[in-house]
Each structure stands twice: as C-alpha cells, then as structure tokens.
Ligand binder design. Structure first.
Ligand code: IPE
Ligand code: IPE
Ligand code: MG
Length: 235
C-alpha cells in the first residue's frame, strides 16, 4: 500500500510585495495610489493568513515593506510610504493583537523619522507574548546591511563564533529560516531580502502586481510549495 505523505507546509513565508507603482501607472494614477492599494492588500492578506495558521502551518510572515535601497526614492514617495506606516502602526496593529498575533520589525530603524521609529518599537513591544502567529515587517531592511551589522557586533565581542552564535546577532534572532519566499510583480530576484536566511528557501515568482495579490494567489503559492522537493544538498 502506498504511504500517504503529509502535506508539506511552510512555517515561515517571506513576501516581497512588488509592483505597486506599475499597478498605479496602469490606472494613470500616481505611485502613492499604488502604495495605498498595496497596503490594503497587505492588511487583507495578513488577516487571511493569521486566521488560517492551523490549516496552513504558517506561523511567521515576513513582509518586505521598505528596503535600504528604497530609502533613496523621491522624498514625496517616501513621505507617502511613511504616512501609510504611521497609520498602520497606530490603528491596524491593535487588530492584530486582538487576534493573538505578534508584530516584529527588522531593519535599520536608526535613520527613520523619530515618530515612526517609536511607533515601530511600540508595535513590537505591545505584542502579545503567547502569539500563535507573527508578522515581521522588514523596514529599511537590507540583507547585506544586516550581515555587516552582525559581523561588526561579532568583532566587538572579540571571539570567533559558530553559526548558531552568529545567527543570534541577526535581526531575525529567534525566527526560523524562511521556507518559502514569494515575490509579486514579475521580477525574479530577491533585491537584498533575507540574504543570509533565504539560502535554502523555495522561491515563488508571480506576475500578479501586489495590489492584486489576494488570498487565492497566496494559496496557489502554498500549493506549489507542497509539491516542491527540498533536498538540502542530499540525494
Ligand atoms: C513595491 O512596489 C513597494 C516598495 C518597494 C515600497 P514598487 O514601488 O517597487 O512598484 P514598482 O516595482 O515600481 O511597480
Ligand atoms: C523590493 O522591491 C523591495 C520591496 C518590495 C520593499 P524593489 O522594487 O525596490 O526592487 P528592485 O529595485 O526592482 O530590485
Ligand atoms: Mg518595484
């Protein structure tokens, strides 16, 4: 009799939310319109994923919100993005806590406007302790910057580290490696996302622009993941 394999499920999913600008351009609207639509899509998606952790097995979702490179976008676009973050971290995070979800922020927060930095830190600190699901916001995040930061901390410590000790110095300390990374918007690259942690992640690319990326599209990615064979270099 053929043995039934358990369905493969990712514990940690990374999401590169790309394509907001092109979504807006197609509608002859400013890029900020695309970012607002992207924010709405993200809110809906997080609600869906957090409500289905039992069935899907997904316990961590890292959303690439702003890269270190994005910080050199025009001031007007950045201000729009910051305002969306202000709004999200004042109102929406509370809805997450109410559903027993925790919030974590990774990235270099030191160069962000002070009020945003405070909101992000509070967003993390006010999270429930026993959360069943964690949303990790990568904000002014860059994988290279994260690794360099960890290396400098290690050098300050003055002794050689093993992998386990080194990983404690990354922003993602305590979070398992991503199993699946989804990128919307058609580009097939990681753009400095989780450079260290993604070494063995399964990658899923879709042409869907992020504001159109919904629960159905997410579930398609999970289905594709369940068919992948992860070998980790073995035969
Ligand atoms: C992703 O959408 C959101 C951020 C990078 C902040 P983009 O703004 O990169 O949208 P496109 O790629 O120009 O369509
Ligand atoms: C990656 O998208 C960053 C985020 C989605 C936050 P970009 O649009 O910045 O990436 P590139 O420039 O196409 O590589
Ligand atoms: Mg882009």
């Amino acid at each position: 009799m053929e043995e039934k394999q358990p369905l493969k499920q990712p514990v940690h999913v990374g999401l590169i939310m790309d394509g907001n600008g092109r979504w807006a351009k197609k509608r002859k609207m400013p890029r900020s319109f695309g970012h607002s639509a992207g924010m709405n899509a993200m809110i809906k998606l997080v609600g869906h994923i957090s409500a289905h952790t039992q069935e899907t097995g997904v316990k961590y979702l890292t959303v690439y919100t702003l890269s270190t490179e994005n910080l050199s976008r025009p001031a007007e676009e950045l201000e729009g993005l910051f305002n969306l973050l202000r709004k999200y971290f004042t109102t929406n995070v509370k809805k997450l806590y109410a559903k027993n979800c925790a919030v974590k922020v990774i990235g270099d927060l030191t160069v962000l406007p002070e009020d945003i930095r405070e909101l992000l830190i509070a967003g993390e600190n006010n999270s429930p302790d026993d959360a069943g699901f964690t949303v990790i916001f990568a904000i002014n995040y860059g994988g290279r910057c994260e690794i360099l930061n960890a290396v400098n901390l290690a050098v300050e410590g003055g002794k050689k580290l093993n992998a386990e000790e080194f990983e404690k110095l990354l922003y993602t300390d305590g979070v398992p490696y991503p199993d699946l990374i989804i990128r919307t918007g058609g580009e097939m690259r990681l753009s400095n996302f989780l450079a260290y942690q993604a070494a063995y992640a399964e990658l899923y690319f879709t042409d869907v622009l992020f504001p159109d990326f919904n629960e159905k599209e997410f579930d398609k990615a999970l289905k594709e993941f369940s068919r992948r064979e992860r070998r980790y270099g073995k035969v």
